[in-house]
Design a protein around this ligand. Structure first.
Ligand code: PGA
Length: 254
């Protein structure tokens, strides 16, 4: 069975003190958990402090984004090697807020996936349709297109390092999560796509997180779906009391 993966995407939230306090609380409560993969993705400026606070635990740290080049004249950007240097093992790539607020396109997202792998980071590739796409019956087209484009050129061997996060844009930060059936339908589609692009074994091993208004109340039901292998959690990852039950829900999946 796939190991479930719960990651907290803190986005542009918390401050230094709160970031360290949250990391310490998670370390105390679930620092030794190894039946589920746990990661937190704080803002860049708090990565080192959070990684230090989590040192000695099994909780991993990830960046929320990275630039494609290792160094150079890219004002305001942060590189993969820098993320590695401060203790990251993961990096979120192609989050919908980067696609739709910042304007990142599939091509640069694909480049980031390759570069992240090259820098020794495990990409969490985010995909998901907007409400208008869903209403127009285009969910499958949009998600398939993003998965194909994001994974272009990724080898079968590298697929073991990739996580895909299905995050319907209309569900992010809205309180309106996809229903378990809606999530399962798209997760199964992504897995079929991976089987077609690679093979059955690679597809069966691919961890596919669901993201979009995941909280304690819906996490168990979402993760009970056969192809939902964990969660990428925004708002409900900003406090231990809200995040821990989601981790527990993943641990409870049989
Ligand atoms: P949310 O965000 O849990 O606040 O909806 C999820 C995400 O954007 O990763």
């Amino acid at each position: 069975m796939r190991k479930l993966f719960v990651a907290g995407n803190w986005k542009m939230n918390l401050d230094l003190k709160a970031s360290c306090a949250l990391a310490s609380a998670l370390k105390a409560q679930v620092g030794n958990v190894d039946d589920v993969t746990i990661a937190v993705c704080p803002p860049f400026v708090y990565l080192k402090a959070v990684a230090d606070a989590l040192a000695g635990s099994k909780i991993a740290v990830g960046g929320q984004n990275m630039w494609t080049e290792p160094d150079g004249a890219y004002t305001g950007e942060v590189s993969g090697p820098m993320l590695r240097d401060v203790g990251c093992t993961y990096v979120i790539v192609g989050h919908s807020e980067r696609r739709h607020v910042i304007g990142e396109q599939d091509a640069v997202i694909n480049t980031k996936v390759h570069k992240a792998l090259g820098f020794g980071l495990k990409p969490i590739l985010c995909v998901g349709e907007k409400l208008e796409h869903r209403q127009a019956g285009k969910t499958e087209d949009i998600v398939s297109g993003q998965v194909r484009a994001g994974l272009k050129g990724v080898t079968q061997q590298q697929m073991a390092l990739i996580t895909v996060a299905y995050e319907p844009v209309w569900a992010i930060g809205t309180g309106q999560n996809a229903t378990p059936a809606q999530a399962q339908e798209v997760h199964a589609l992504i897995r079929r796509l991976a089987a077609g692009l690679y093979d059955r074994k690679t597809a069966d091993g691919l961890v596919i997180q669901y993201g979009g208004s995941v909280k304690a109340e819906n996490a168990g039901e979402l993760m009970s779906q056969p192809d939902v292998d964990g969660a990428l959690v925004g708002g409900a990852s900003l406090g231990a009391a809200k995040f821990l039950p989601i981790i527990q829900a993943a641990r409870n999946k049989k």
